[in-house]
Write a new protein. Sequence first.
Length: 178
Amino acid sequence: MKELASELREGEIATLLSTALVLVVGLAAYYLLSRALKQMTRRHNVTATMEGRMRLFLRWTTFIIVGLVVLQESGLTTHAWAFLSGFFAIAAVSFVAMWSVLSNGVCAVIILVYRPFEVGDEIEVLDASDKPGFTGRVTDINLMFTRLRSETDGRQSYLQVPNNMIMQRIVRTSKTPR
């Protein structure tokens, strides 16, 4: 051990210590934020699905930020933040190109946060024109679609309705008793 320490220069030891400190602080921050998220979801009666998605977002965000700081502290890349800025610029251009998909994701977040309906509720999406809308029981809500189960003539069928379509229409909801 003594030989290894003598081979390392003082700067390398400082770099290793600062990198270890960043990892410890990042882990502590994730732990504290995760506990705060758990308390918030209990207090505001957030569904387990939404809590899982929020926890996943928190985990990846913490991982990326700590990873970039570790890269910068270790000297592997001195431009970690420039890399992050460039990444977000490319992501912004990609999101503009994929506005429909992004719109569905934003509408899903709005549906999951404000909960105009939940899994198990019967909803009817009304069309403003002379065409009839569609009705079904909500079986799943994800980032792209709300999945409805409907029954016609004794036959079950499933509809996958884009979330942005639901947000642009009038929705009649029949809550399921819990």
